[in-house]
Design a protein around this ligand. Structure first.
Ligand code: UDP
Length: 493
C-alpha cells in the first residue's frame, strides 16, 4: 500500500468569522505548515484582509499556507452587509441570522474544496460549522472539530446538557453543583448557556445540531494544553469517545515581533506603548482589555475609569469605541489629563500579547475570552475577571477556582438584549473596581501566591509547545493520524 507522507497532506481550515476564533486558527495553520503540511484557510474577504500580512510573512518563510475567500450570503438571511462577522455583540435574532448565513456556505464550500489541488486530506472546522461533517463525508476525508475554549468549558457544557440537569433547575440565577466533574463546580443556569435571558430556541436548536455533527466527526482539536487541565482533558476524552488533540497555547508559535504585534489586526503606536512600559517598574502595570466583541455602556466605562483613577496603579486601558459623551468625559472633563502620568489609553486594537509579555505588566483585567485567558497564562500574569457572555463565566470559574490565578469583579449575570433590543448589563461601581484591582495588584501573601502560580503555569505552557512537549507531540499525532487516514483511503480506491 502506498504511504501518504506529511508533505503530501493538505489541511483545509474553516474558522468562525470572529477574531477569537480566527486568531488561534491562523496560529494553528502556521504550526501545521511549519511541520511540512500544506494549509488552506477559508474565510470571508472581510476577515481575510486582516490576516494577509501575517500569511505573506509565513509564505516568505517558505510555509505553504493560503487564504481563500467565500462571501457570506447576508442578504439571503436579511442582514446588512456590514454584519459580516462576530465583531460586535449581536442581538439573539441577528446572531441567529448570521449563523444561518454561515450554514448556507455548505455548497459553495464543497465546490471550492473540489477544485483544490492537491486535493484536501482533511477539514478542520469550527464547532459552529456542522455542515462540514457532511462535506467531509462526501469527499471521503476526515472532519476534525476545532474548539476555541478549553476542556473545562467543554466538559461543563457537556455534563450540563447530557445530564439534563438544566431541565430540573427552575431558577436561572441560583447556584448549583454540576454533577460528575473532577472538582465541585458551582454555576447558574444562565452562566452555562452564557447568553443571559435571551438564548432563543433557534440558538439551542443550532447548538444541538453542532453537537450531533461532532458525534460523527473524526476527532477534536482543542486550544488548550494537557498540563493546564489534565483531569478535564481525561474526562473530555471519555465523554466525547473520540480522538482529542490539545495543541496549544498556539500563540507561543509567534517568534517574530511583527507577528506578535499584528495578531488579529494592526495596532497603531506599538513603539510608544513599549516605550511607556519600559519606563514602569516590573509588575506594576494593570492591562485592561475586554476582547474584540464585548462593549460596555458609557456609564460603565466611566465607573471603570474612575475606579482605575482611584487606585493610583499604573494602567493601560484599551477602548474600542467611544460615544460622544465618553469622548467629552475623557477630554473636556479631564479624565485623560488627570491620569496622564500613569494611565495610557489605547484607542482601537491593542497589541495584546506584546503588552502582556512586557515585564512591567503585573495584572490583566479581562472579560475571560479563552484566548485572553491563555494569553495571561502564557505571560504568567494574574487576572481580574469580568465576564460578559458565552464561555466567559465558565472560564472565570476555571481561572479563579481551579487555577487560582484570578479575582472576580463580581458580575453574576451575562449581558443580554431585552425583547425591545435594549442591552442589559450589571453595573459595577467604581468602589468595587478599586477594591478588586488593589486586591490583585497588592503585595499580600495571597497576591504573591497567585502570581507564583501564574508564573508556574507560564513555564508549563512554554514546555508544552517546545519540541517533545505535550502539545508538540499532539500536533505530530494529529498529522500522523490524517496521514494514516489518507494512506487507508489510497489503499481502498
Ligand atoms: N485582541 C488583541 N487586541 C485587542 C483586542 C483583542 O490583540 O485590542 C486579541 C486577544 O489577544 C485575543 C483575541 O483578540 O487573542 C480575543 O479573543 P478572546 O477569546 O480573548 O475574546 P473574544 O474577543 O473572542 O471575546
Amino acid at each position: 500500500m502506498a504511504t501518504v507522507h506529511t508533505h503530501d497532506l493538505h489541511f483545509v481550515m474553516f474558522p468562525l468569522m470572529a477574531q477569537g476564533h480566527m486568531i488561534p486558527m491562523v496560529d494553528m495553520a502556521r504550526i501545521l505548515a511549519g511541520r511540512g503540511v500544506m494549509v488552506t484557510v477559508v474565510t470571508t474577504p472581510h476577515i481575510a484582509s486582516r490576516f494577509k500580512s501575517v500569511i505573506a510573512r509565513a509564505n516568505e518563510a517558505n510555509l505553504k499556507i493560503q487564504l481563500l475567500e467565500l462571501t457570506l450570503p447576508l442578504a439571503e438571511v436579511g442582514l446588512p452587509e456590514d454584519y459580516n462577522a462576530f465583531d460586535r455583540f449581536l442581538t439573539p435574532e441577528d446572531s441567529a441570522k448570521l449563523f444561518a448565513s454561515i450554514q448556507l456556505l455548505e455548497k459553495p464550500a464543497e465546490n471550492l474544496l473540489r477544485g483544490l489541488f492537491p486535493p484536501p486530506s482533511c477539514i478542520i472546522s469550527d464547532f459552529t460549522f456542522p455542515w462540514s461533517t457532511n462535506v467531509a463525508q462526501r469527499l471521503n476525508i476526515p472532519r476534525i472539530v476545532f474548539h476555541g475554549p478549553g476542556c473545562f468549558w467543554l466538559l461543563c457544557t457537556h455534563v450540563a446538557f447530557s445530564s439534563r440537569i438544566l431541565e430540573r433547575i427552575e431558577s436561572e440565577t441560583e447556584r448549583f453543583v454540576l454533577p460528575g466533574l473532577p472538582d465541585p463546580v458551582e454555576v447558574t443556569k444562565l452562566q452555562i448557556t452564557g447568553f443571559g435571558k435571551a438564548a432563543t430556541a433557534s440558538q439551542m436548536e443550532f447548538w444541538f445540531r453542532a453537537i450531533q455533527a461532532e458525534k460523527s466527526a473524526h476527532g477534536i482539536v482543542i486550544h488548550t494544553f494537557e498540563e493546564l487541565e489534565s483531569e478535564y482533558v481525561k474526562e473530555i476524552v471519555k465523554a466525547k469517545e473520540k480522538k482529542v488533540w490539545c495543541i496549544g497555547p498556539v500563540l507561543l508559535c509567534n517568534k517574530d515581533d511583527l507577528d506578535v504585534a499584528e495578531r488579529g489586526n494592526k495596532a497603531a503606536n506599538v513603539h510608544d506603548y513599549l516605550k511607556w512600559l519600559d519606563e514602569r517598574e516590573p509588575g506594576s502595570v494593570l492591562y485592561v482589555c475586554l476582547g474584540s466583541v464585548t462593549t460596555m455602556s458609557t456609564e460603565q466605562l466611566i465607573e471603570l475609569g474612575l475606579g482605575l483613577e482611584s487606585t493610583k496603579i499604573p494602567f493601560i486601558w484599551c477602548i474600542k469605541k467611544k460615544t460622544e459623551e465618553l469622548e467629552k468625559w475623557f477630554s473636556k472633563e479631564g479624565f485623560e489629563a488627570r491620569v496622564r502620568d500613569r494611565g495610557l489609553i489605547v484607542h482601537g486594537w491593542a497589541p495584546q500579547v506584546l503588552i502582556l509579555s512586557h515585564p512591567a505588566v503585573g495584572g490583566f483585567l479581562t472579560h475571560c475570552g479563552w484566548n485572553s485567558t491563555l494569553e495571561s497564562v502564557c505571560a504568567g500574569v494574574p487576572v481580574v475577571t469580568w465576564p460578559h457572555f458565552a464561555d466567559q463565566f465558565l472560564n472565570e470559574t476555571f481561572v479563579v477556582e481551579i487555577l487560582k490565578i484570578g479575582v472576580r469583579i463580581g458580575v453574576e449575570i451575562p449581558v443580554y438584549y431585552t425583547k425591545d433590543g435594549d442591552k442589559m448589563e450589571t453595573l459595577v461601581k467604581r468602589e468595587d473596581v478599586k477594591i478588586v484591582i488593589e486586591q490583585l495588584m497588592n503585595d499580600s501573601e495571597e497576591g504573591k501566591q497567585r502570581r507564583k502560580r501564574a508564573i508556574e503555569l507560564a513555564k508549563k505552557a512554554k514546555a508544552a509547545m517546545e519540541q517533545g512537549g505535550s502539545s508538540y507531540v499532539n500536533v505530530s499525532s494529529l498529522i500522523q493520524d490524517v496521514a494514516q487516514a489518507m494512506t487507508n483511503k489510497v489503499g481502498t480506491t
